[in-house]
Structures are given as C-alpha cells and as structure tokens.
Design a protein around this ligand. Sequence first.
Ligand code: NAD
Length: 478
Amino acid sequence: MTGDKTIWINGVWELGSEPGLPVINPVTEEEISIVLSAGHDQITRAIEAAASAQPAWASLEPWRRAEALRAIGACLLQHQQELANLISLEVGKPLRKAREDVEGAASYLEYMAQWDRRIEGEILPADNRDETILLTRVPIGVVAAITAWNYPLDLFIRKAAPALIAGNTMVVKPTEVTPLACIRAIQLIAANDCLPAGVLNLVTGGGAVGAALCSHSLVNMITMTGHRDTGKRIMAAAAANLSRVSLELGGSAPAIIWKDADLDLAADAIAFASFENTGQVCTSSERILVHQDVHDDFVERLVERANGMRVGNPCDDVDLGPLVNRTHFRKVTHAIDLAQTEGGALRCGGHGIPSLPGNGYWVRPTVITGVTQDMSLFKEETFGPIAPIIRIASYEEAISLANATRYGLSAFLFSNDYRLIMRAQNDLRFGEIYINRSMGEALQGFHNGHLESGMGGEDGKHGVLKYTQIRAVYHRYT
Ligand code: NAD
C-alpha cells in the first residue's frame, strides 16, 4: 500500500500531503507500508464534503441507506480473505480470528441496516386544546470517527454502520498503527459505489490529524475508541464547539471467582478473557479476584490452560500472535518484570520465546499470583496476555477490590449463589457485567463504559440512537 492514495474526499482519492507513518509487521518488525498523512487542507475539505452530503443522505428513504450498508457488508465478505490477511499482518492476529473479524463486521452492518424502520418518534399530549407534540429523531450531522488499533476493521464498522443508518455523514481517521484493513475496506466501498460521494470520507494520519478533526466547527459529533488519556484530550477539544462525544476507552476488568464457582468453566472463560487477541481487548480480565478456598485449585487450572495455548506466527494454527508493536511490547514486558520485583510470583508465561522469530513481540500467556492492590499491575490497564491473581476472603473484600479503579468498562463474576450474584450485579460499578461466562458482546446488547472508561456506548438500540437527536414539534391545528 506504500505510495497509495489513502485520502478519500467526496468520492475522489488523493495522496496524503504530509509525511507518511510506517506500518510495522509485529512478527518480523519489518515495514509493511508507509501511509501518508492528510494535510490541514485535506482534513478541512473532507469535513466540508461530509457536511455538504449530509442533507441529501438524511433525506433518502431509510431503506435505501440500509441497502447501502448491506452492499458494504457483501463487499467485505467477498474480500474476506484479503481483509483477513491485512488484519492478521498489521495486528499480528491469528488468521482464522481475523477472518471472524470480517464476518463480525458484515453481521454488524446487517444488524444496523435493520434499524431503517426502527428509529421511531413519540406523540405526546399537549397542554393546549387542538395541539399535539411530536418528538422526532433527526441525525446529528457530521460525525468524525477515530479508531484504535486492536480491531481495525470492526471498530470502523461499529461506528460507521449506526452513524450512517441514522442519516449522518462521516469522516473516518483510522489508527495510524494498523490502518490498512480500514483503508482497504473503504477502497472496496469506493470501487463498488456503495455510497454517494461525500457520505463517507477517509483521512489517514496520527494524533495530529485526529486533533484537527476534533477541533473543527463543522464536526457535530466525535466518536472515538482508544486510550483514556486521548479521550480526555478529545473531550477538551470538543468543548470549543460543543461537539458531542462518544468515547469508548480502556478498562481494567475485575473477575471474581467465588468459592462455589464451577472452576473449569471459570478457568476456560478467564483463559479466553485474559489471553484472547494477546490480551489486547478492552474488556479483558485484568484483575482476577479468587476466593481463598479455591485459589490454588483455580490457579492450577488456569495455568494448565495457559500452558496449552499456542503462541506463534499468525499464519499458522495458533491461539496467540505477537503484541502489536515495540512500544506496547516494552510496556507489557516491563509490567511482567515489575510485578515480580513488587512481590508477585510468575506461575507461567513471560516473554522471550527462543523458538520464534527474534524480532517478534512475543509474550506467552502469563499467570502471576500474589498480586495486591498496591502493585502497579493492579492499578493500570496492561492490555497484554497477563492474568494477575489476587486472593480474597470475603464478599466485601471482593467488591471493594473490584471497584478500586477509575475504569468502569467490564467485570466478570463466577458463582452459583443466586443471591450473591444479584447483590454483586448492583454493587459492581461497571457498564458491562459477565456472569458465569467469558467476554463477547451481542449485536443487540450495549457495550458501554462507566466512569473513566468513557461515555456513549456502542451496539444495539442505544448504540444507534446516540447518533440521533430529538426534535420536538408542537402542532396547533385550530
Ligand atoms: P490511542 O488513544 O493511543 O489512539 C486511538 C486513536 O486516537 C488513534 O486513531 C489516534 O491517532 C487518535 N488520537 C491520538 N491523539 C489524539 C488527539 N489528541 N485527538 C484526536 N485523536 C487522537 O489508543 P490505542 O493505543 O490505539 O488503543 C488502545 C486503547 O483503546 C486501550 O486503552 C483500549 O482499552 C482501548 N479500546 C477500547 C475499546 C472500547 O470499546 N471501550 C475498544 C478497543 C480499544
């Protein structure tokens, strides 16, 4: 893709006018591509194109917008292998999981297409005779979408599908770390004429391009997935124009393994929730609070599962590929080393796998016991394949430790005590709680962070309605 035109404005491809950023293969540390960045003029023109196209797009019959979404889904599926190859190459994700990402994106488009006949208004009784009040839902306008690197195609579609079905237009800025699958998807959308010119626009580049989008007065809403600190910067920039924000940020999910839990079920679920995508999932279980009565038994089962996972080249039949880049590798390996210095015991895993290519960012599924609240591993999102185990003795201790974070995205609980489950459901301060199962959201659910994990939320009814605003119309008919 080096040298490709990666800026798409009003249906026309352009070369980025600013220097490019390299995309690195995390298996070999070789450069896959250089993606040129959008210049200021290009960012402005992309936003203006979205603003010009918006009224016509909003006045199309909704089923026509649904047809466009379905056409995009069909395109993605037709090119499933090609897109999966790109995702696997840039993220380091096992190929079969990258194929699932493409299927997931197509299902998402189909689900959101079905909202064409479901965005409803309300009729209210008025205070005056011969008057009716209508509440209708109208689009917000121009939406800027900014994505993170861990699910490059899905995060783009998770924003574009609901925003477009609701009648908004969009400027997308994919992550600079793994932009290729998103760029290719938009090339396919363009080549197949899935959308009218200007409805979707693409600008590539890093944080500076994102910041320029966020501070433009024609951008009515910013929908972003990424780090908490970036979310705070975006919110501050949005304040200048009072643009709406929807921020899907990080997490530090607790998982409570109560003494009556089905330990095999819990170990399977936590192995997936801690190590899937090499731990690079916002809902990953990052603090595992295990009741002292079952602590050793649970740890043994988790270690067995961790040791059974295959780490290696994403093209092979493996469970985990490498971490995404060197910066992240340093952060995760430092977290593993520091945890041991601070008193934790490495039960399995760690970094450095001699049989794998020397430059890959390899970290094995890692279990660390003896973790306490004052250790760094407890406090911050590590976003790596690490399962930190904390021993607990009571319900109160479990809840207090689970809630001891400024994040509020997801939490897990394993128990068969119905009363304890119902209590915990109320006591845990998180937006997404998994009881006796691993992570993984439903299309019709609601993936939303409380506290510093963000605001807005995605999926389902609430995930589409957030791209609308309510207009109240007072009808007098005397
Ligand atoms: P990041 O915040 O570094 O980057 C995210 C995006 O923001 C990138 O496109 C980047 O270019 C852009 N950006 C950076 N500075 C900006 C600025 N000042 N203004 C506007 N845009 C700017 O995050 P990341 O490292 O790509 O992603 C990892 C984080 O994402 C983790 O914390 C993870 O938990 C979170 N995440 C959350 C969810 C969720 O749904 N809640 C999903 C996936 C990832």
